[in-house]
Design a protein around this ligand. Structure first.
Ligand SMILES: [Zn+2]
Ligand SMILES: [Zn+2]
Length: 152
């Protein structure tokens, strides 16, 4: 757990007075303390809005372009890391599993999105394992091609 700065302590106090017992967390995007609504990722409302705007931009772009990940990043101005994160979160899909540079973390077959192949995912879900889609630190393969959710 991060150590609270004086500033955060102060904010925490104010939050408590105005909002009651909110679960306060650090935004994983901008690092600021925010009142967690009790569901969803650890991202503050500002960053969430920006994330949605960026995602819409990329989705629109991919409806008319067949683009690699790095090129998509350049053309839309959205950082490659973010695009990759969306692939891991299954919000974006690569067009082909072959050459996507993504592999199932359990059995190692090439996949188009997320972290596991369909089979392994089904098995995990049966076992009740929560599927974690934190962004990994892997490097990005130049040859990646992907399409948006809408063209699944
Ligand atoms: Zn934020
Ligand atoms: Zn698998």
């Amino acid at each position: 757990m991060n150590k609270l700065t004086d500033y955060d302590q102060e904010r925490k106090k104010i939050y408590k007075q105005t909002l009651g017992d909110y679960d306060l967390r650090y935004c994983t995007e901008c690092g600021r303390l925010f009142a967690y609504p009790g569901y969803g990722p650890n991202i503050c409302r500002d960053c969430l809005n920006k994330d949605q705007t960026d995602f819409d931009k990329v989705r629109e772009y991919l409806e008319t372009h067949d683009s690699s990940l790095p090129k998509t990043a350049v053309d839309t101005g959205v950082p490659p890391k973010k695009l990759y994160q969306w692939v891991r979160e299954e919000r974006l899909y690569f067009k082909d599993a072959e050459g996507s540079g993504l592999y199932c973390e359990i059995c190692g077959v090439p996949i188009t999105t997320g972290r596991y192949c369909r089979k392994c995912k089904a098995k995990l879900m049966l076992k009740g394992v929560k599927i974690n889609t934190d962004s990994p630190s892997d490097t990005i393969d130049e040859k990646m091609r992907f399409i948006g959710n809408s063209k699944k």
